[in-house]
Design a protein around this ligand. Structure first.
Ligand SMILES: [Zn+2]
Ligand SMILES: [Zn+2]
Length: 403
């Protein structure tokens, strides 16, 4: 019995959730709520805090016993949500640079500084997620200039800017009424670079920039059974820099909507249209699968399929990513009625089908009135707008060379 469930509710898990469940739930929510992906920063912080508590067995026990109030007594410092996110996903998180959550003033002190992660979303068809695929991506990233080895010029040509002591910024004070304001601005001597290279000594290859853009191809292995939101990391493949470790290239898998199949975890759902005769008297229908097979389904005569019936074909869903155990294929049967029927066939139907339900009878004082049944105008209901999302264009430096 837990005292309160707020943190579990934030992660949308029951209070008896396992550690793996919690991690899974947090991953899912964090990917969706990450501020770099347009999520709500406050909610992301809250969800991250909830996970921070619940993922620590001691803190979780305390929370279960005494609720949120029990935690604050211990006086524990909050963790930078960005850091927790990075730990889970490896690498610097989306957008890399710290300070997004600013205001706390806590500096990020974990390992050497890294360049920004390069995040790219790949839109993958359900067919490719079913069969697995290797796709090539071309990306342009900065690499250290091979001629000057990242120095920007000849040996000894690079001097620290004395005006700013190599910091690249200048701080000045300004009186604003009763307040003194500190203003930071880029150093005008070195244009914020912190160092000065004489024009004639500048590396001709990189023009003193120390790095040059280079195109690189990456092979992304889409494993069978991968799901939307999963990531593939290429460690250290982001921009190189003379002063920082290269960040990662992070590929985010996005599942393209399929025109016939819907996916629910490892199960597939398909709607199949069935003619009335097959529904009533048996027959067969085919389902083209996501690979090169078609499933032939027999319906035994004598069993009646009703409109909207949901059946299952075991073992024909998506493969699970780890062991490739398949999920199930659910088949929703939509019985297609004929538009009209030959009058001569009606006696045959009367013989085959259960008799008509007799007309309901009413008290004598109820007035019986005969009316017409007209077709309604379905067009008046209006269409449903197509609101599918367009290809993500946040990171134009990566192009899909072969998808
Ligand atoms: Zn150079
Ligand atoms: Zn300077």
């Amino acid at each position: 019995m837990v005292k309160e469930t707020k943190f579990y509710d934030l992660l949308e898990v029951p209070p008896n959730a396992s550690e793996a469940d919690l991690k899974k739930a947090y991953r899912k929510k964090a990917l969706r709520l990450h501020p770099d992906k347009g999520g709500d920063p406050e909610l992301f912080k809250e969800v991250t805090h909830a996970y921070e508590i619940l993922s620590d067995p001691e803190k979780r026990e305390m929370y279960d016993m005494r609720g949120e109030a029990g935690l604050s007594e211990g006086g524990m410092g909050g963790m930078d949500p960005q850091d927790l996110f990075s730990q889970l996903f490896g690498g610097g998180g989306f957008g890399g640079g710290g300070g997004f959550f600013g205001g706390g003033g806590g500096s990020r002190s974990q390992g050497p500084r890294k360049t920004k992660d390069l995040v790219h979303r790949v839109h993958v068809s359900l067919e490719d997620l079913y069969k697995g695929k290797t796709t090539k991506l071309a990306l342009t990233r900065n690499v250290i200039c091979s001629k000057c080895k990242g120095k920007g010029g000849k040996e000894g040509a690079v001097r620290t800017c004395h005006s700013c002591n190599g910091r690249g910024i200048k701080v000045s004070m300004r009186q604003m009424g009763p307040m003194i304001q500190q203003i930071q601005s880029a150093c005008d001597e070195c244009s914020g670079a912190g160092e000065i290279i004489n024009a004639k000594d500048r590396c001709t290859h990189c023009k003193g920039k120390k790095v040059l853009p280079e195109k690189k191809f990456l092979e992304v292995h889409i494993d069978k059974g991968m799901k939307g939101g999963q990531t593939v990391h290429f460690r250290g493949e982001s921009d190189q820099s003379p002063t920082a470790e290269p960040g990662d290239v992070v590929i985010v898998i996005e599942e393209k909507p399929h025109d016939r199949f819907k996916r629910q975890e490892n199960d597939l759902i398909i709607e199949v249209e069935l003619d009335l005769l097959t529904a009533l008297a048996g027959g067969q229908f085919a389902i083209k699968h996501l690979d090169d097979r078609a499933l032939i389904v027999h319906l035994e005569p004598g069993e009646v399929i009703k409109h909207g019936d949901l059946k299952v074909i075991h073992g024909q869903g998506m493969p699970s990513q780890r062991h490739h155990e398949p999920g199930d294929l659910y088949v929703k049967l939509d019985v297609k009625f004929p538009e009209s029927i030959d009058l001569e066939a009606i006696p045959l139907l009367e013989r085959a089908l259960p008799p008509r339900k007799p007309l309901q009878t009413f008290d004598k004082n109820v007035i019986l009135e005969e009316v017409n049944l007209d077709n309604t105008d379905t067009r008046a209901r209006g269409g449903i707008a197509d609101d599918r999302m367009d290809e993500d264009t946040d990171e134009p430096r990566v192009q899909c060379a072969n998808q």
